[in-house]
Write a protein that binds this ligand. Structure first.
Ligand code: ZN
Length: 428
């Protein structure tokens, strides 16, 4: 058995590993879109959708015969994905249609969620499910998925065996998650004893918990609950809805503080798709879960033929803006850094905006702009406070920064910004 790291060895993301058995059977583990170019800058959005030959010519996609759709015949028997992050599957839609793509049930579901919310976006046309137990046999190779904890649902490490040899590719994994699968199971897994080759990725060795005060997911939950208790304003958590541990932490923290968790329809739909996989993920029809409707999400769900589900969500959980604005202290909002979030917070503050920037190692700046029109808004002595808890969609620790902004809106100048200390190290 031989292996080659075709892409991703010298950078984070964009991983692709080839494993070949002595009988010639070859598989690829992940086929990701790189996160950064050679200068460290992000690629423009949708770069992965450009023609693959351009991507190959620019060194963004690996130059491998028999992999891409326009190759005369496929060289690979399968592509096996570890999880549904674009830096691990973002180029898989360019693969030769004769190469089947495999992934866990949760990964396949998250890729399918793109069909609903970005119907024109690129994704592998068909994803076959890996066996939930046991192994996938492909020619002379055996691929055994091993569950790992990560900020993506249902992530897997992949154990590949052939010709009396073995290789484990961890994919991204972490040992401080809610299930702690990474620590307890992966390293203790009997099947990994005497492993020949270990390819380890996405793993943070050493964190600075003293700085950010959270060294595992349960401490994130505790800190969130404490934040909920110490303010009578809304608490907004910026996190991906596809980060299962973080969503569970937010729900549990809200519950402990007597608040309701607010999801948007996209986030609620993600939890719905993962419902068969976890009894911990909060669902729209649970007590304590509300859904704040976003027009664009409803339109996407409608176009996908999912209006019956939308009606069920509306009847069970719809949160009107008015209720939210009148009683922000009753809610913990799971939000993404997008326009609907800004609009919602606008309404909360009557007339305020915020944007934030966050870069590795950089301090975080929060801009609060009160537009000139706000001066005409009769806010009286309306007290404006919100607590923000920021974490990138992929952050393994949520509490990068907390900000407390106090003051009466009428007392604010036309605009100002506050620079905040970045409390925690950046964790990808
Ligand atoms: Zn990942």
């Amino acid at each position: 058995m031989n292996h080659r790291v075709l892409a991703g060895a010298d950078r984070i993301g964009g991983t692709c590993i080839e494993v070949t058995a002595d009988d010639g059977t070859a598989v690829l583990l992940d086929l990701g879109m790189p996160l950064y170019d050679d200068t460290g800058a992000d690629f423009p959005p949708r770069t992965h959708e450009r023609p693959v030959r351009e991507l190959v010519a620019e060194g963004i996609a690996p130059d491998v015969p028999g992999l891409w759709a326009d190759d005369p015949s496929p060289r690979y028997a399968a592509i096996v994905l570890t999880h549904a992050h674009l830096d691990h599957y973002g180029l898989a839609h360019h693969a030769h249609p004769g190469i089947p793509v495999y992934a866990s049930r949760g990964t396949a579901a998250m890729i399918d969620v793109r069909r609903v919310f970005s119907p024109r976006g690129a994704r592998p046309r068909e994803v076959r499910e890996l066996p939930s137990r046991g192994a996938l046999r492909i020619g002379g190779l055996t691929v055994t998925p091993v569950p790992v904890n990560h900020s993506a649902p249902d992530a897997r490490a992949l154990l590949v065996e052939a010709d009396g040899e073995s290789l484990l590719y961890t994919g991204d994994w972490r040992a401080h998650g809610r299930t702690a699968v990474g620590r307890r199971s992966l390293l203790a897994d009997e099947r990994l004893r005497g492993l020949g080759t270990l390819i380890c990725e996405g793993t943070m060795l050493g964190t600075d918990a003293e700085l950010h005060g959270a060294d595992d997911e349960s401490s994130v939950e505790r800190r969130l609950a404490a934040l909920c208790a110490e303010t009578d304003s809304a608490v907004v958590v910026l996190s991906s809805g596809q980060h299962p541990d973080r969503v569970i932490s937010a729900f549990r923290a809200a519950k402990r503080a007597g608040r309701q968790l607010v999801l948007d329809p996209y986030q609620a739909y993600v939890q719905e798709r993962l419902r068969p996989l976890s009894r911990l993920l909060p669902q729209y029809d649970w007590p304590g879960v509300r859904v704040k409707f976003v027009r664009a999400h409803v339109r996407a769900l409608k176009d996908a033929g999912l209006m019956p589900w939308v009606y069920r969500v509306r009847d069970a959980a719809k949160l009107e803006t008015r209720e939210f604005a009148l009683h922000p202290e009753r809610f913990l909002v799971l939000a993404r850094n997008n326009t609907p979030t800004m609009l919602l917070l606008d309404k909360l503050a009557d007339a305020a905006d915020f944007v934030y920037s966050q870069a590795p190692g950089a301090s975080t700046e929060v801009y609060i702009t009160v537009p000139p029109a706000a001066r005409a808004v009769n806010v009286g002595e309306h007290y404006f406070e919100f607590v923000m808890l920021m974490g990138g969609s992929d952050s393994s620790f949520v509490d990068v920064t907390t900000a407390r902004l106090n003051g009466t809106i009428s007392g604010l100048p036309g605009s100002r910004y506050v620079t905040l200390r970045n409390e925690g190290a950046y964790v990808s």
